[in-house]
Design a binder for this molecule. Structure first.
Ligand SMILES: Nc1ncnc2c1ncn2[C@@H]1O[C@H](COP(=O)(O)OP(=O)(O)OP(=O)(O)O)[C@@H](O)[C@H]1O
Length: 221
């Protein structure tokens, strides 16, 4: 089966003056449709770097990234951005909402950028996430839990095959974390490939599979 998203032998170096950091040292990861994978590891182990490369926001120095069998890495930024808008939803640590737009407006914009305007789907999504009543609210007026759900709605706006999430439950209380996790699992069951970077034991414990990163390498079981 073709992986929904895969990293093959990724390398990423950072150079700051004399100092060189090997953030990724040959990392291979795949996530299939319908799977929820948790990437865990100590601070500085390369998790954010891996996520940025998987999303095509950063270019690896070696190795490659494919989404749905198509190479994403080593392409002009414009092409990567187009592939990302259509195929990848992202949830960031800080929310990805534009403050001057409403919740519905934020979702509409993400759909338009992907060329996939679809109001019935948008409304279903907001209802499924339990924030339909906040559709007309400006992003700045949301509570932390509402903003997390709205961010997830933006990430899922264009029905991406792949969902990448960086600490999606980092700022949430246990109850809200549980419901956001349940939503991510239900998206995975519906066929989305979900990869979550997290420090949370609850996220790692419920994942279908767990990938441990240590010093820029995947630790073998
Ligand atoms: N832009 C950069 N320039 C130089 N070094 C960097 C840069 N970004 C990351 N690094 C270094 O690369 C290594 C991996 O960083 P990364 O942010 O991927 O780790 P992480 O596992 O996401 O950490 P955390 O859990 O603290 O967010 C670290 O040693 C970090 O200092």
């Amino acid at each position: 089966m073709t992986a929904a998203i895969e990293a093959v032998e990724l390398y990423r170096f950072y150079r700051a003056g004399e100092e060189e950091t090997l953030a990724l040292r040959g990392v291979s990861v795949r996530v299939d449709a319908g799977e929820l994978v948790a990437v865990v590891g100590p601070s500085g182990s390369g998790k954010s770097t891996l996520l940025a490369c998987l999303a095509g926001l950063d270019e690896p120095d070696g190795g490659l990234v494919r989404i749905g069998g198509l190479r994403l890495s080593h392409r002009p930024e414009r092409e990567r951005a187009a592939m990302r808008a259509r195929g990848i939803g992202m949830v960031f640590q800080t929310d990805n909402l534009l403050p001057h737009l409403t919740v519905a407006g934020n979702v509409d914009l993400a759909q338009r950028l992907a060329g996939r305007a679809n109001r019935p789907y948008r409304d279903r999504l907001l209802a499924e996430l339990g924030i339909a009543s906040r559709a007309g609210a400006l992003a700045t007026t949301l509570s932390g839990g509402e903003a997390a759900r709205a961010g997830l709605a933006v990430a899922l706006a264009a029905e991406p095959a792949v969902l990448l999430a960086d600490e999606p439950t980092g700022e949430l209380d246990d109850t809200t974390e549980g419901s956001v996790l349940a939503l991510l699992h239900s998206r995975a069951r519906a066929g989305t490939a979900v990869l979550i970077v997290s420090h949370s034991p609850a996220v790692a414990a419920t994942a279908d599979r767990r990938v441990d990163l240590v010093d820029g390498r995947v630790r073998d079981e």
